[in-house]
Design a binder for this molecule. Sequence first.
Ligand code: LRH
Ligand code: MN
Length: 413
Amino acid sequence: MPTDFHNRTISLLAEQLAEKGMDISQLISRISEFQIAVPSWALGAGGTRFGRFSIGGEPRNLEEKLEDIGLLAKITKRTNAVSLHIPWDIPQDAEAVKQKAASLGIGFDAMNSNTFQDYGQPLSYKMGSLSNADAVVRAQAIGHNLQVIEIGKSLGSKGLTVWLADGSNFPGQANFRNSLQWTTDSLKEIYAGMPADWKLLLEYKPYEPNFYHTVIPDWGTSAMICRQLGDRAKVLVDLGHHLPNTNIEQIVATLMHQNLLAGFHFNDSKYGDDDLSTGSIKPYQLFLIFCELIGGAAEGVQAWDSISWMIDASHNVKDPIEDLIQALEAISQAFAKALLVDREKLTQCQNEGDVVGAQEVLQEAFLTDVRALVREARIQSGGEADPLVFYRREKIREKLINKRGMNAQASGL
Ligand code: LRH
Ligand code: MN
C-alpha cells in the first residue's frame, strides 16, 4: 500500500513537472513500458578465479531460474524476459519451458552462444573458435551458433548474441588479419542461418580472457563487421567492455546515428569487466547514456523499439535476486531522469555555445529525485511499492534455501 508520504511526493512532483510542461502520467507510462531482460546466468552466485562463495537456494535448473525471474517480474514489473546462454540453459522440453515462462509472464530475449569454453564438444576452443586457424574448429563453432538459433526459434527468441573470447595472449601468437577475416567469414555463415526476423547482436570486449589482443575489441571493429554481414547485424554495448575513461555515451550516440546499436548488457565497473550492479559505481554515466538514447530516438536516427535492453552482471557477494532488484531500479531511475531533460533548452544552449547553461539543464534532471516516480509506475503496474523490502520481509531467500538446499549451485559463470 503506497504511503501517504509517497502520494504527497507524487503530487508535488506532478506540480513541478507541470510547470515545465511535462505530464507525469506520460512519464509513468514510459517508465512502465520500459522492460529489461534478465540474464539466466545471473541467478546464482558468480565468482572469480580466486573463488566463489555460494549464496544457498540457487536455481538448480532452467525451470527454477524461470521461477526466480518470474518473482522479479511480479514484484518489480521491470522485467518480462530472460536471455538464455547455451549450453548452460539447454531446455529439455522447449514447449514445456515456453509454457512455464509464459505462465510467469516471461518471454525470451536474445540467445547467447558460447564458444569461449570447452563443455565436451569434439574440438577445443582453446586457440579460438570463429577465428581458429583450423577450419574444422571454425565449422564446429558455426554449427554451435546455428544450433543456438534453432533452440531460440523453439522458444520464440528473435536474436542471437555473439561474444567471442577469441584473441591471443602474446605477440606473434596470432595473425591479426587472418583472425579478423576468418571471424567475419564465419559470422557470415551464422548470419545466413538466422531467420529473416532475427537480429545478430555482436558484442565487443577489449581484453579477458585473452590479454594481448581480442579479435573484436571495440565498437568500431564490431560495427565494421556488422556492416559486412547485413542490416540485421548490430553492435551490442556491454558497459563493462571498455578501457578506463572511455566515453561510452558518445559510442552510444555514434552507433545510434548509424542505426547500428543492437542493445545493451547493463552492469557497472570501476576497473575492468567487473560485472558489478548497474548504477552502483557510475550512475551519472548511466544517466548520460540514456540522454543519448532518448535524444537519438527523438531525432529519429534509430527506433527505440529496435534496441535490446539486458542486464549482464555477476554477483560475488550479494544475493543475486536482491542485486537484480537494485539493478532494475537503477536502470529505471536513470531512464526516468533522462526523460526529464528539457531537450529544447539543451539544444538552444548547444546552438548558442552556452556551456554552463547546457550543464545546468542536465544537472537539473539528474538531481531530480525520481524514486517516487519509478515507485508509482511499479505500483500502477501491480508491482510491490518496495520490492527489496518485500523480498526481505517475506524471507524469500530463506524459503529458497529450505526448498533447494544450501549447496544448490546454478549453471553459469
Ligand atoms: C563476456 C560477457 C558476455 C557473456 C558473458 C557471460 O564478458 O559479457 O556477454 O557471454 O559475459
Ligand atoms: Mn556481456
